[in-house]
Design a protein around this ligand. Sequence first.
Ligand code: FE2
Ligand code: FE2
Length: 180
Amino acid sequence: MNLSKRILSKFESIMNETLMSDKLALAFSTQMIKEFESAYLYFKMAEYADFQDFEGISRYFLERAEEEMIHANKIAKFLSDRGNRIIFQDIKAPSFSADGILSLFKETLDHEILVTKLINELKDLARSENDHAADHFLNWFVEEQIEEEKSSAIVLKKAELAEGDPAAMIEFDKELGEEN
Ligand SMILES: [Fe+2]
Ligand SMILES: [Fe+2]
């Protein structure tokens, strides 16, 4: 083997050491898609609120959509850092009941609880694959989900308090707009 081939094969073996298993890389790619689906869902909720002239609520959901895109990017970067390729899959069209403004906040909390479950399952898989780096990487998402569930529950509580009182609803909309 000549020198350049030897260097190349050494480099390839180093790269292979950092690679995630195919199973884990597929699961990470799927979670990346789930983050895009979350963004898509919040984007649709923003459109629904905007259509009803709740500009502050719409801004709140646009901000959440942007955060979900950041999550998707974080996962994409991790796959790339490990030398894995992303397995691209279809992004599902978002759906929610659209049963009034309050339903947006209820379904957001339900959605975040579901995402927490997905992150926990991904972490279980990283552990069963003995992939300490992936397991460690997911800690950020575990903590983020605590924050997402907590903030979703607080906003839902505020929306419930304002519901049925137009003046309180206008105030709530204004408050969310100022925060986001
Ligand atoms: Fe997320
Ligand atoms: Fe989220």
